[in-house]
Design a protein around this ligand. Structure first.
Ligand SMILES: *Cc1c(COP(=O)(O)O)cnc(C)c1O
Length: 339
């Protein structure tokens, strides 16, 4: 697209040419359908609208120096969507349908995949919805899987800069035995007040503590938390965290860089000991943390003393981006091409 200012793109929705759909009816998934309609026409009594029977994913496609389009870890996203399907009792979506629909959506909207130089990418949003008219609480009889895409800018427009986060003790995102481990809209609804509050207070995101004991670090807004100290990458273990594919990738890269990796409970007090910390997810890869405030307890943990991202965060960030754009060999087989 000649008239898109790629470097000015933010993280938002832009209309593209096509989306890809697949319906589940009479107990089976149908063929992929291509649509240029941005709207869906569904029954007002659909379970996705009333009872939150829905799940989504988020992944990206990147254009390399070689002009080829790469999608990062698509199979992991497909498998995570299957776990989400199970978690809210929806028809299980086969990995092959997930992958084919994403690739088709990217291919059909190829002109929206930003050029290599821009640092931008094409965000892919797969969505699965429970359909069919129903008022009682039970799983839907029909489902719609839909994939749309939108070009998104480099997350850090003013460079890779640490931001402050805040612990808001009056809110929980997910219960220990709830839906925290799956990617469903309900978790975002539960986190909406603390997210807005954190933003209004000048923070980039709320840092959630575990809902039961309020002692351990859980998630960092819509991203996973990690801390670094003594050449060790540490990320919380919890039954209410969504397993981030970015985090999984960073753990592998940390190991490749000769660091130790620990997945274990992280006490809030341990924040004082980290040399570096960040939030990680597909949108930004890493958002380095400047400082974490716990206003209810009158505590502050300064992570970045000089206001800059730490050395390890920088290294991990550049390493992961290099693999995504095809600048470095894909030794772990994370990338698949759109042909
Ligand atoms: C999507 C998501 C993440 C990040 O996962 P990635 O696979 O790295 O994009 C982290 N936490 C929550 C709650 C999420 O919904």
């Amino acid at each position: 697209m000649e008239n898109i200012n790629w470097s000015e793109l933010g993280f938002g929705y832009m209309k593209t040419d096509y989306n890809v759909r697949c319906y589940y009816r009479n107990g089976k998934w149908g063929e992929l359908e291509v649509s240029s309609d941005e709207h869906i026409n569904i029954h007002m009594a659909a379970t996705c609208l009333h009872y939150g029977q829905e799940a989504f994913e988020g992944l990206k496609a990147f254009r390399g120096k070689d002009g080829k389009i790469r999608i990062f870890r698509i199979e992991e996203n497909a498998k995570r969507m299957q776990r989400s399907c199970e978690g809210v009792v929806m028809a299980n979506l086969p990995v092959e349908i997930f992958e084919a629909a994403c690739k088709k959506a990217v291919k059909l909207n190829e002109r929206f995949v930003p050029p290599y130089e821009s640092g931008a990418s094409l965000y892919i949003r797969p969505l699965l919805l429970g359909l069919g008219e129903q008022v009682g609480v039970k799983p839907a009889p029909e489902y719609l899987f839909i994939v749309f895409v939108s070009p998104v800018g480099p997350y850090f427009k003013e460079g890779f800069k640490p931001t402050p986060m805040v612990i808001l003790r009056g809110y929980d995102r997910a219960a220990p035995l709830g839906t925290g481990t799956i990617k469903v809209g309900g978790n975002y609804a539960a986190g909406m007040i603390p997210t807005v509050k954190a933003h209004d207070m000048g923070y980039s995101a709320p840092l959630f503590l575990d809902a039961k004991e309020k002692k351990y670090i859980d998630e960092c807004g819509p991203a996973n938390f990690f801390g670094i100290k003594d050449n060790t990458y540490i990320t919380p273990e919890s039954s209410s965290i969504l397993p981030s594919i970015t985090n999984k990738s960073l753990m592998q890269l940390a190991e490749d860089l000769g660091m130790k990796v620990e997945r274990r409970k992280v006490l809030e007090e341990e924040l004082a000991t980290f040399e570096e910390a960040g939030a990680c997810g597909t949108a930004a890869v890493i958002s380095p943390i400047l400082r974490i405030d716990d206003p209810d307890e009158n505590r502050t943990y300064v992570i970045s003393k000089d206001g800059k991202p730490g050395k390890r965060c920088e290294e991990l960030y550049h390493k992961l981006r290099a693999i995504q754009y095809g600048d470095e060999p894909d030794v772990h087989n994370w990338v698949s091409f759109v042909e």
